[in-house]
Design a protein. Sequence first.
Length: 261
Amino acid sequence: MDKETEKTLMRKVKKHKKWYEGVFINPIYRIVNNKPYYMAGFTVNDKPRATAYLTTVGEEDKEEAYAAQSSLSLFSDVSNNIFSIGGDHLKIDSNYYIKPLEIPVNTKDLKVLAGHEAFKDLWNMQQKFNRLVLEFQRYYDELLIRGELTGEDIEKGIETANWVNLYQFETISILVKRNEDIRAYSAYLKTTKQWKKLSRNQKTFVKKIAGDVGELENNIRSLDLVIVEDAEKMVALNLEKAKNDLKTGIENQKNYIRYPS
């Protein structure tokens, strides 16, 4: 967003803010009736309280603004979800997986061997997660340069957010279904000479990764996914569910549009 556009929009949005509120303007716009509409937000303690939809071309029209809101707010929500959850995964040091996996597994204990395979599967899921989020980050950065939000961008955002949820499901499912094996593998690593070479954080990660099964199962339920055996069908069903859930959520957000009202 160029400085002149930002100045124009900020002048407009400040007319509708309360004295104790902060304001922000999302630099991405949506074209409605050949007019670019931007989403502005009003915040208290950095938490959003209301939104406004503003254009740099003429006056705002309520129907146009509401049409823009259905796209801008939706994309904002899915992007925030991707970066919030994905950001947490990106913070996990790759060496938390790599260094333990470099320790040779010299045992015939089936549980330990199964746990070793489960740990490798978790590392593969972590890499898939990282690639997904970093690819979307690059996409998002290009969108910021381009500025205009399109239907293709919205689909990209929803599909990526759906994969974020599915990858979470796959990761947690490994931890639930193979929990005892992972614990056996963790216990085995602690008996090896190479264990001492791991950093304190790497050791803590290995010790705690199995987690509490009950809590993990609650995490799966909180994802609120449609769970079926067919992997492709599960992707499609949850994509459709995500779209419907998002439409409902965006419709509810119309109650917090401060301008135009």
